[in-house]
Ligand binder design. Structure first.
Ligand SMILES: [Zn+2]
Length: 464
């Protein structure tokens, strides 16, 4: 083939291509011509009529009201009837004078660790663990908990599956792996795995992303930054010994102040904060000196420590652990003894929190206990031993949401949570009765939460 002929052939091919493209375009135009402009996807509108509102802030219900949700936000709250937007195909829910309140928030949750045993967590198949956690996430939402702050465990995948609609579950504020020291709370290695050899494969707990071991400020920085890279909205370290871990005495202070400060620096460079697991005055005080913004548990704190929390405006995220939690550990085991020691401090901790008006968040920390999880709401209702029903419910909604805001721009769900007000994200429960008068309603969500909405979407409507 001559050079000329080659050129003319390639021109013809190019022309054919052009013609084909034109024909294709024409056929597309022809096919589309008679059709209407594609309609924009309709934004769903839900109108709650005749409800009395517990707004997540105040101690009494509103007068009968109407609340309109458009998309994922509360658009309008009105004492006068709201005309229904027929164009939007509004879904009407006749509240019949029932209570509309914000979805509940659990500030100390472990999405991945609620149902498995510790052995299953460490030795089980990851696919199975994820599916079990997905089922538990659905159950969590159906108990009315529309948001959880996950304080340790490989929850990033599940969070993503919930957010993209693959799995039904609550909003998750993930911490990723718990960061601990060698022998600290979260180091679940066996004695035969010691000494750790530099460069050797990581322990099983580290491989799964449940907990990471760090023994210097530099190692802490690496581990913190890794969790932030994966999408952590806050960072969780264990500053002292713990109940469920085999090698950490309760009285132990674990990270040094320099190590804690390295974590705080890395988190704050990312616009978020560090919260620490700590029971004792020493571990709490050291964490606060290092810039930690929130203390988990605090059951063994003393008067001076309580005053320090109040003075420095530090959050206390504490729990009224049920005795049943100790049953996860065999009689005579050191874990069981540690559990009982912690439980004995509950009364005093709540008394101190009230006396010093410490900013206090509600969470449950249900771990390795599928039988306890269904009692989620009961654990909240139990707080009336120390607080009024209104104080209890404000804590589990509006107050908890304030602590979530510490995640700043790392908040995965920008918008207002924990309140019923115009413009807030539409996480709502319709309760059959008045929980401010009868907090026990919260303990039986299956019977009493007749509508459960998250992000504007109705997941349960027993009134239909
Ligand atoms: Zn925990």
């Amino acid at each position: 083939m001559t050079h000329e002929r080659l050129r003319s052939l390639s021109v013809r091919v190019a022309k054919c291509g052009l013609v084909a493209a034109c024909l294709f375009a024409a056929s597309v135009v022809l096919a589309q011509a008679p059709a209407e402009e594609p309609a924009a996807p309709a934004v769903p509108v839900v109108l709650f009529q005749n409800v009395r509102i517990f707004d997540g802030k105040s101690s009494s219900l509103s007068a009968p009201s109407h609340v309109q949700v458009r998309g994922n936000k509360i658009e309008k709250i009105s004492a006068a009837p709201v005309p229904s937007d027929r164009r939007a195909g509004t879904v009407l829910i006749d509240g019949g004078g029932r209570t509309l309140m914000p979805g509940l928030i659990d500030m100390h949750w472990h999405t991945m660790l609620v149902r498995p045993t510790p052995a299953a967590l460490l030795a089980g198949d990851i696919g199975h663990l994820n599916l079990v956690a997905g089922a538990e996430a659905t159950a969590t939402l159906m108990r009315g908990f529309t948001t959880v702050r996950d304080l340790g465990g490989p929850a990033f995948g599940l969070k993503r599956a919930i957010d993209d609609g693959t799995v039904v579950g609550p909003r998750i504020f993930p911490s990723g792996a718990i960061i601990t020291i060698t022998s600290g709370h979260g180091d679940f290695r066996q004695p035969f795995e010691v000494p750790r050899v530099l460069g050797a494969p990581q322990s099983r707990g580290e491989q799964t992303g449940a907990a990471m071991i760090a023994d210097s400020p530099d190692e802490v920085r690496v581990r913190v930054r890794e969790q932030l890279m994966l999408g952590a909205s806050q960072i969780k370290l264990t500053a002292g010994g713990g109940v469920a871990s085999p090698h950490s005495p309760l009285d132990a202070s674990t990270f040094t102040e320099a190590e804690l400060r390295a974590a705080v620096e890395a988190a704050e460079n990312w616009g978020t904060y560090v919260t620490v697991h700590a029971y004792t005055p020493e571990s709490i005080q050291r964490a606060i000196s290092a810039g930690v913004k929130c203390i988990e548990h605090g059951h063994l704190m003393d008067e001076a420590t309580a005053r320090l929390l109040a003075d420095k405006d530090i959050w206390l995220s504490t729990q009224a652990f049920p005795d049943q939690l100790a049953d996860a550990f065999p009689p005579g085991s050191s874990e069981r003894a540690k559990a009982l020691e912690v439980f004995a401090g509950t009364d005093r901790t709540f008394a101190l929190a009230k006396k010093y008006e410490i900013k206090t968040a509600f969470g449950t920390d249900i771990l390795f206990s599928p039988s306890l999880a269904p009692r989620h709401g009961e654990l909240l209702a139990k707080l009336v031993r120390w607080y009024t029903p209104a104080e209890t419910l404000v804590m589990a909604t509006g107050t908890n949401a304030q602590l979530l805001e510490l995640s700043g721009k790392r908040n995965p769900y920008p918008g207002k949570l924990g309140v019923v007000e115009e413009g807030a994200l539409a996480d709502l429960l319709l309760v059959d009765g008045n929980p401010l008068e009868n907090i026990e309603l919260i303990a039986d969500p299956g019977a009493n939460f007749v509508v459960i909405m998250k992000d504007g979407k109705v997941y349960k409507n027993a009134l239909k």
